[in-house]
Design a protein around this ligand. Structure first.
Ligand code: MSP
Length: 670
């Protein structure tokens, strides 16, 4: 029976369009799945979208759409992008699909029948953004994960007896392979050791979710709903024989790949749910770090995302895939920058693998009519040839070991060390000079050098295939080897390049990128993100002249010579109705108030210089206008995330903009 391999990405929230942070998780999984397929495992690679919950419901409302419409649009964007990026997922699950909903209800029923669910009352704090209950927090406390202000929830809920699983979970973590890397495993162990409280697993104050079986006033907690995708997609809870067969075959998963911020859900809640349902444990949960941009985690709410499309348009998918896996030490945070991307692209791909391929294949074309030449075993063979063969053998071993330990950057480093060694070998053996000579010894030496270079190129290409499927497939055909997907990677060894193989048409695979590539990508992102943002919030420093201050008059881009902006410029400013939930003075800052403002999709902390005009208690419950897509900035060590719009009167106090009619929180002003 062939080995099976089941790997999953987290399913992506549909409240944000895909960016390269999401692409990072997906690329890592895709690479692993592709390698497993070449190694002969029957592979199932799952990804999908997470579409229920209060966060999505609010985001849809703010966009003036039904949650289903909203989810349909963004889920489609993920699918389209993954396709464009050559992601080889075998299925794409959406949590709003019927198959998923029914099977989640089946899971809930099973856990309830097994005695691990009871009804109780939950009073406490909830982070809507992370869909996380925050134990021990008080009203107004921030979420320990994202720092956003938690909301108070009081409702009758179903509870899951998480506390019953403490010892069993600790026993599970004794297997050091279960949670990786080690640092994450230690965090989880100390969290579980400190004691587990039962977990609320239903909500009744909104309806965008899967109804609890037999009690449809409640919807199932979005994390239970979402985590279950890993089993519902492969047939858990289905009455279909085929689906049951697939579930038997693929469960337990070999790898759940996740980002580090969702470790607790995957390493504590998920195994406990599975134990309660009597199901087997996944084999490994592997957490990667964050992709940072401009020094903080790339995310929609910080407004510092980089869109994948930009990089695909300019450098292609393989460049992004290679860069992310080579540049970021897997498990740690890594910074993204266009400069670093282009630099890596040029040094490792255009000048590295691409150049090795084109110079080797061009010389075989020129000197041997496009047929792989016969290496000599006689007098013209040198130690340097054997050294390359040995280097390649070592690289095959090393690459496999590192890759299978998720050390992608080191694995690629080792494959590129082979590329560098062959480059040096070519320079030292000067095949171009040998090609000028007609004597037999020179011809024989030339054949050996070019065979050695081509065989090393074949090996580096085979190893790199999972990371760069498109470019390596091209090199493979140029080498005359047909479809790279048919390669039996487990048998890869030196000397398999058959003599006389007819090369395909030689074409450059990685054209060099110049400086304009960086500028083009930066410009494309700036255009998407909108105009540069003003440095100072309107309410912090009153404007010098008497005017109704909105962000557009304060924005540099708006200061066109004739003082007019286009409607498109204005549309870039996201003005929204916000509801002040908390207002308080900032110690030792006479003018500043710290506000927590609900803008429909989330609660934002905003610092505003209005303390001399407004007493904090008069603001709670008031609707204000907020510039929602302003880059966050720090004031007195606190993050201000947005700006309230106020009229600034010369020499007088700011006056907040407001509404005479009732308006829904989160509504956009345009
Ligand atoms: N819906 C949940 C997961 C449920 S799984 C049962 C979720 N979704 S997410 O869209 O917010 O994140 C999905 C994945 O993208 C996570 O692994 C997350 O770490 C990853 N990334 C999102 N932004 C990221 C970066 N800036 N950097 C690296 N990965 C990041 O969580």
């Amino acid at each position: 029976m062939s080995k099976k391999f089941y790997i999953t990405t987290p399913i992506y929230y549909v409240n944000a369009r895909p960016h390269i942070g999401h692409a990072y998780t997906t690329i890592a999984c895709d690479t692993i799945a592709r390698r497993q397929r070449l190694l002969g495992a029957e592979t199932f690679f799952l990804t999908g979208t997470d579409e229920h919950g209060q966060k999505i419901e609010r985001a849809a409302q703010a966009a003036g759409k039904t949650p289903q419409q909203y989810a349909d649009e963004i889920s489609a964007e993920f699918r389209k992008l993954w396709k464009r990026m050559g992601i080889s997922n075998d299925d794409f699950i959406r949590t709003t699909e019927d198959r998923h909903k029914k099977r989640v209800q089946e899971l809930f029923r099973t856990i309830r029948d097994n005695g691990f669910i009871y009804k109780g009352t939950y009073t406490g704090q909830y982070c809507v953004s992370d869909e996380l209950y925050v134990d021990g927090a008080k009203p107004g406390d921030p979420c320990p994960t994202c720092g956003r202000i938690t909301e108070t929830v009081q409702e009758e809920n179903y509870f899951f007896k998480l506390s019953a699983f403490q010892d069993k979970l600790l026993a599970l973590y004794a297997n050091a392979e279960f949670i990786r890397p080690e640092a994450r495993r230690n965090e989880v162990i100390s969290f579980v050791r400190s004691g587990l409280r039962d977990l609320s697993i239903s909500r009744s104050t909104f309806s965008w979710g899967i109804p609890v079986p037999d009690d449809p006033k409640h919807v199932i907690y979005v994390w239970l709903d979402a985590l279950a995708n890993y089993i519902t997609a492969i047939g858990y809870g289905s009455s279909h024989a085929g689906a049951q067969e697939a579930f038997k075959k693929f469960w337990p998963a070999d790898v759940h790949m996740i980002g580090k911020e969702i470790v607790r859900f995957h390493c504590v809640y998920w195994p406990a749910f599975l134990m309660a349902a009597g199901l087997a444990m996944p084999k490994a949960i592997v957490a990667h770090g964050w992709l940072l941009f401009e020094e903080s985690k790339m995310s929609k709410s910080r407004g510092n995302i980089v869109r994948t499309e930009t990089i695909l348009d300019v450098l292609g998918a393989d460049a992004l895939r290679y860069f992310l896996l080579r540049e970021v030490v897997f498990g740690q945070d890594g910074s993204f920058s266009f400069d670093a991307l282009v630099q890596r692209y040029n040094s490792d791909l255009a000048n590295g693998l691409g150049n090795l391929a084109s110079r080797t294949l061009t010389m075989i074309n020129r000197y041997f009519k496009g047929e792989v030449p016969y290496p000599s075993h006689g007098a013209s063979k040198k130690a340097a040839d054997d050294a390359i063969a040995e280097f390649a053998r070592k690289t095959i071993r090393e690459f496999g070991e590192l890759f299978d330990q998720f050390q992608f950057s080191r694995a690629l480093e080792s494959a590129w060390a082979l590329v560098a060694a062959v480059d040096k070998y070519i320079v030292e053996n000067e095949p171009w000079a040998l090609g000028e000579k007609q004597d037999e010894e020179s011809r024989s030496r030339l054949a050996t050098v070019l065979y050695t270079a081509a065989e090393a190129l074949r090996i580096a290409t085979a190893l790199a295939y999972p990371v760069m499927p498109e470019a390596t497939a091209k090199i493979w055909t140029q080498l005359g080897l047909g479809d790279i997907k048919k390669l039996a990677l487990s048998e890869l060894a030196w000397g398999q390049l058959r003599l006389g193989t007819k090369l395909g048409e030689v074409q450059p695979v990685f054209p060099r990128a110049d400086k304009s590539a960086i500028e083009r990508m930066q410009k494309m992102e700036e255009d998407q993100r909108g105009i540069p943002v003003p440095e100072i919030t309107a309410a912090e420093v009153p404007a010098p002249s008497s005017s109704t201050q909105t962000a557009s008059t304060a924005a540099p881009a708006a200061a066109a010579t004739n003082n007019k902006i286009s409607i498109d410029d204005f549309a870039k400013i996201e003005l929204r109705v916000g509801l002040v939930k908390v207002a308080e003075r900032v110690p030792k800052a006479d003018k500043l108030l710290r506000l927590e403002i609900d803008i429909g999709t989330e609660v934002r902390q905003v610092l505003a210089g209005i303390a001399e005009a407004y007493a904090p208690e008069t603001l709670v419950g008031r609707k204000v206008v907020i510039v929602a897509n302003l880059a966050p900035r720090k004031l007195r060590g606190m993050e201000s995330n947005g700006m309230i719009v106020a009229a600034s009167l010369e020499g007088g106090s700011p006056v907040l903009a407001g509404f005479l009619e009732d308006v829904p929180v989160g509504a956009r002003l345009k």
